[in-house]
Write a protein that binds this ligand. Structure first.
Ligand SMILES: Cc1cc2nc3c(=O)[nH]c(=O)nc-3n(C[C@H](O)[C@H](O)[C@H](O)COP(=O)(O)OP(=O)(O)OC[C@H]3O[C@@H](n4cnc5c(N)ncnc54)[C@H](O)[C@@H]3O)c2cc1C
Length: 316
């Protein structure tokens, strides 16, 4: 890192977001002797969950511990950190970027990697947010095994989630499908579930009940309580940060930025010098192993771009 006039910090690469994607990109760039600053305002997507599953050699690790270990590795290669929000990024005339941090500092960098993640747009049903990450789960691969064989529920509120419900059936035959008052099934698709002993509840959900993070039942509009130990639901996602849209990046119907891939690498956006990695990008299925893999590849891509520029003529 160099300090320029006026209290500005100068790095090869600014990484916005210090989750699995951002830290993985930082590791590759640090190991390539690039100066890297990672800024993170500590709002990880999986923050509500006590454990993270499915990441080989780290299965069951608390999300905060994974990040702590990641930072430790990045720091070994000179990576620096600021626990702060990046509030603005603008492209400079000389092809670099100037970014403003909530701490008041300004950062100039040759490249910027957005690893800002997504937010889950949860229904405002009573108890939903309280049990999110403990009794209500979005991903059967992340938290399904832990509740296998238990009385489970799955919210199927549109056509896209019908196949998702089949994944939950594989975890427990005591499964109730909740449509939350939505008209999702015709007679034929309903019978596919009913024939397998899966109950379908069409009443709107009014509340989720339990204590100490343990889900106990789902209340329905007609006054009944259906006992369930866990509920699965994949909510719509939206960009965590407003920076991608502010920089003119298009967000697709799924709420993700379409990153492009070329012979030169992956994670390119429509803005020259600006890259995207992890959940925020359509190129990375939403999980920790995918975010780490994507961050690794985007880090290598950015290093390749910097090397190409240093030789001015591009790759031969
Ligand atoms: C409840 C829950 C449990 C999950 N459990 C698992 C699991 O067990 N296994 C698994 O593989 N996946 C799990 N996931 C998915 C996993 O959390 C994500 O796929 C993964 O965290 C994506 O990593 P990321 O680095 O792209 O984003 P994130 O981990 O969300 O990190 C993005 C970071 O960017 C920061 N940020 C955003 N904007 C700014 C800004 N302007 N300035 C500074 N910082 C900013 C945020 O604060 C955040 O720390 C779970 C998800 C949820 C919702």
């Amino acid at each position: 890192m160099q300090t320029t006039g006026g209290g500005e910090l100068d790095f090869d690469v600014l990484i916005i977001g210090g989750g699995p994607a951002g830290l993985s990109a930082a590791l590759q760039l640090g190991r390539s002797l690039r100066s890297v600053l990672v800024c993170d305002n500590d709002e990880p997507r999986n923050g509500p969950a006590a454990e993270a599953h499915g990441y080989l050699t780290r299965d069951g690790i608390p999300p905060g511990e994974l990040r702590r270990l990641g930072r430790e590795e990045v720091a070994k290669y000179g990576g620096e950190f600021r626990d702060t929000k990046v509030t603005d990024v603008s492209r400079d005339d000389d092809d670099g970027f100037t970014s403003t941090l909530d701490s008041g500092e300004r950062v100039t960098s040759r490249k910027v990697v957005l690893a800002t993640g997504v937010r889950d747009d949860l229904p405002d049903t009573d108890g939903f947010e309280e049990f999110w990450g403990s009794g209500v789960h979005h991903c059967p691969y992340c938290h399904g095994y832990e509740v296998r064989g238990e009385p489970l529920g799955v919210m199927v509120t549109d056509q896209h989630t019908v196949d998702y419900a089949k994944l939950i059936y594989n975890l427990s035959e005591d499964l109730v499908v909740f449509t939350d008052g939505q008209d999702v099934f015709d007679d034929e698709s309903r019978s596919v579930f009913v024939e397998r002993g899966i109950k379908i509840e069409d009443e709107p959900i009014t509340a989720l009940n339990g204590s100490d993070g343990e889900l106990e039942s789902v209340s329905l509009a007609d006054g009944r309580n259906v006992a369930r130990h866990a509920l699965f639901y994949p909510p719509p996602m939206e960009q965590h940060s407003e920076i991608p849209e502010r920089l003119g990046l298009e967000v697709n119907q799924a709420g993700l930025v379409d990153a492009t891939r070329s012979q030169r690498g992956i994670g390119f956006t429509s803005v020259e010098g600006l890259f995207i990695a992890g959940d925020a990008s359509s190129g990375s299925p939403p999980s920790i192993p995918s975010a780490v893999a994507d961050g690794y590849a985007v880090g290598a891509t950015v290093n390749g771009e910097l090397s190409t520029e240093d030789f001015e003529g591009g790759w031969q």
